[in-house]
Structure formats: structure tokens, C-alpha cells
Write a protein that binds this ligand. Structure first.
Ligand code: SF4
Ligand code: SF4
Length: 350
């Protein structure tokens, strides 16, 4: 272990965990990730205050609409309804627009949501960096095991896609969205963490540990959102290109890639695992050898342009939803009080 005391140990761990020694673009990415994590935590706190105001029985405090982004089933159902009928359901509509925003981001610049915004992706990256610090020579799962595990997230995605887009008709989807279960799905999600059961705590802790020992375990093997975004990213127009003439075959790009993509052996990075983190671009020492380009053109997208591009797409779609009046949920305060009381009476009696 590096360092000779608590201060130097912490300093070394911090500099290994945070990308401060890397290029400005990586520091910007880290800043964007940190801001988004802080935003997520502030939404969580505001929702905690909202739930407390329901339980106190007085006037409800403001519910943060961003919490809808953590309701994937509700958001996918809303997407299904919107695709089939053009209707934007008013229960948790922000979830639909957040989903559309991250799909658009993935199509335009790869799985950038995973590499730039997602709080779980950020925590996974910090754990990966900590793991590299403590065990620089750790080995990833063997190729066949990695491949087999990677399929899991597609199976989970296929299951939900089948249920929501094929097994249910539009009327059934609308009925789900109108129903009491969906109306307080945010409260249920909150209670999952606030009243965590021993089994749920064990599963959450295990996932956390696995993500430390196996890099990006959740993102790479289990996250159905990551699978969905990976598919959109493959279809997108922006790709990382390697010019074999300019490349010196130093291998730095493949070595630094957190997703273990053999960048140095390919002409175009075409991988559902690439998170557009730009680490390979930043580390490449050969001018012109590795660049992010618009497919079929010579247009180069500089890594410095990624933060504003990511922020622009996300803010454009969520901003349009706000301006159009499709951001706030229409579930009434009375519904929240009644349904939460009903849920509490069953949940606490268990
Ligand atoms: S290929 Fe490059 S941009 Fe993609 S994940 Fe690997 S290091 Fe990041
Ligand atoms: S870092 Fe650049 S020069 Fe080195 S192998 Fe990768 S593309 Fe080639």
C-alpha cells in the first residue's frame, strides 16, 4: 500500500480515486459527475422532506419531480403509452422525459449518460479507481465469464421489453399508470431504502462489494438501462476512430479503458460497453491517432465539447418538458395522503 501515514495515505487514495492527475477534460467529467451526484442527493433529501410532511399530516412540502427518474418501470410504461397513443401520462411524467433525454444522449454520443451523469456509474468508477489503487494487478473475470455475465442485463431488458411492449396492450398500460401502485411507486421506492429489510440490505451490500471486486459489476452485468443505452449507442453517428497510420501501438488506450475495450486493436470502437468517458482519447500520445468523429465525415468532436454537449441534450429535453408543463406529476396531495396511509398500515403491520 502506498503512503506513510493517515494524511499521505488519504492524499494518495484521493489522487488515485479522483482523476486529478489526468487531463482537464477528465477533471471536467469528474466535476459533471460530482454535480449530478450532488443533485441526486439533494432530490433524495427533498423527497425525504416531502414524505415526512405526508406523515405529519399538515401541508405537503414540494415534491421534487426529478425523483421520477428513479422509477424505471413507470417511465418505460409511459414511453410505451406515448409511443402507442401520443399521450403523455401525467403520473410521474418527468421520468419519461429523463428517459428520453438519456436515450437521446446515448444515440448522439454513446453511453455518455453512464460515463458522465449516472450516480451509480460514478460510484462504480470511484470503486474501480480505489480497487486499482489497492490492487494494481487485479484481474478482471475471464473473457468467457465476462461475456456470459454481460448477457444478464440484456435478458433483464428483454423481460421488461416483452412485458411492457408486447404482452400488455395500451389499455393495460394506461390502467397501470392510472393505478394506485404507480401513483405511489415513488413512496415505495423511498421506503425500500428508508425501511430496508435485512434481505434487501444484504443484496445491496453484496452488489456494492461485488462492484468493488469486479469492476462495474452492476453497470456491466445487471443494469437494464445500461443495456438499452448500449443498443442506442451502437446505432449512433459518433464513434471513436483509430488511425492505424498515426498509431504507435503503445497500447495506453486499451490499458486505461475502464471497460476493457481493446481500443488499440480496432479501427472503430463499436462496443455497447463504451461509456464515451474519453479516457482513451485523453491518454493517447500520438497526434491524430485516436479521435471521436461523426461517422462518414472528417468532423472531429473534441473531448472539451463533450460536457456542454451532454448538458445541452439533457437540459434541452428536460427543459422542454418543464416549459410544456409536462414536468410535475398530477397526483394530488389527498391521493398521496390516502395511499401512503393505506400502504403504511399494511407495510408496518407485517
Ligand atoms: S473506449 Fe475509450 S471512451 Fe470508450 S469506455 Fe473505453 S476509454 Fe472510455
Ligand atoms: S494510445 Fe494512441 S498511439 Fe497508443 S495504441 Fe492507442 S491509439 Fe495507438
Amino acid at each position: 500500500m502506498k503512503g506513510h501515514g493517515p494524511r499521505s495515505f488519504l492524499g494518495a487514495l484521493l489522487s488515485a480515486t479522483l482523476p486529478l492527475k489526468e487531463k482537464t477534460a477528465q477533471r471536467r467529467r469528474f466535476a459533471v459527475q460530482a454535480v449530478f451526484l450532488a443533485l441526486t442527493l439533494s432530490i433524495g433529501y427533498a423527497f425525504f422532506v416531502f414524505v415526512a410532511s405526508i406523515q405529519e399530516g399538515g401541508e405537503l412540502s414540494r415534491r421534487p419531480p426529478g425523483v421520477d427518474g428513479f422509477l424505471p418501470i413507470s417511465s418505460l410504461m409511459s414511453l410505451r403509452l406515448w409511443a402507442a397513443s401520443g399521450e403523455i401520462h401525467r403520473a410521474h411524467p418527468a421520468g419519461l422525459f429523463i428517459l428520453l433525454a438519456i436515450i437521446a444522449m446515448s444515440f448522439v454520443i454513446g453511453k455518455s449518460f453512464c460515463g458522465w451523469l449516472c450516480p451509480f456509474g460514478f460510484v462504480s468508477e470511484l470503486l474501480y479507481r480505489a480497487r486499482k489503487y489497492f490492487s494494481p494487478s487485479f484481474k478482471r473475470p475471464a473473457g468467457w465469464a465476462d461475456y456470459a455475465l454481460s448477457v444478464l442485463k440484456y435478458l433483464i431488458l428483454a423481460f421488461f421489453t416483452y412485458i411492457i411492449f408486447f404482452a400488455m396492450n395500451t389499455a393495460a398500460v394506461r390502467s397501470f399508470l392510472d393505478g394506485d401502485y404507480n401513483k405511489i411507486s415513488d413512496i415505495r421506492m423511498f421506503y425500500f431504502f428508508a425501511r430496508i429489510t435485512p434481505l434487501a440490505a444484504f443484496i445491496t451490500g453484496t452488489l456494492f462489494l461485488l462492484t468493488y471486486f469486479v469492476p462495474y459489476f452492476w453497470c456491466r452485468y445487471l443494469c437494464p438501462y445500461g443495456a438499452l443505452l448500449g443498443l442506442f449507442s451502437l446505432a449512433g453517428p459518433v464513434k471513436i476512430k483509430r488511425d492505424a497510420g498515426a498509431c504507435t501501438n503503445c497500447g495506453h488506450c486499451a490499458e486505461i479503458c475502464p471497460q476493457a475495450i481493446p481500443v488499440n486493436k480496432t479501427a472503430t470502437v463499436f462496443s455497447d460497453e463504451c461509456t464515451s468517458c474519453a479516457l482513451c482519447l485523453d491518454v493517447c500520445p500520438a497526434p491524430g491517432a485516436l479521435e471521436m468523429r461523426l461517422r462518414g465525415t472528417a468532423l472531429r468532436i473534441k473531448t472539451a465539447a463533450l460536457p456542454p454537449l451532454v448538458a445541452f441534450i439533457f437540459c434541452l429535453i428536460t427543459g422542454l418538458a418543464m416549459l410544456g408543463g409536462y414536468w410535475k406529476s398530477n397526483i394530488s396531495a389527498d391521493d398521496y395522503r390516502r395511499l401512503t396511509a393505506e400502504y403504511d398500515s399494511v407495510d408496518l403491520a407485517r
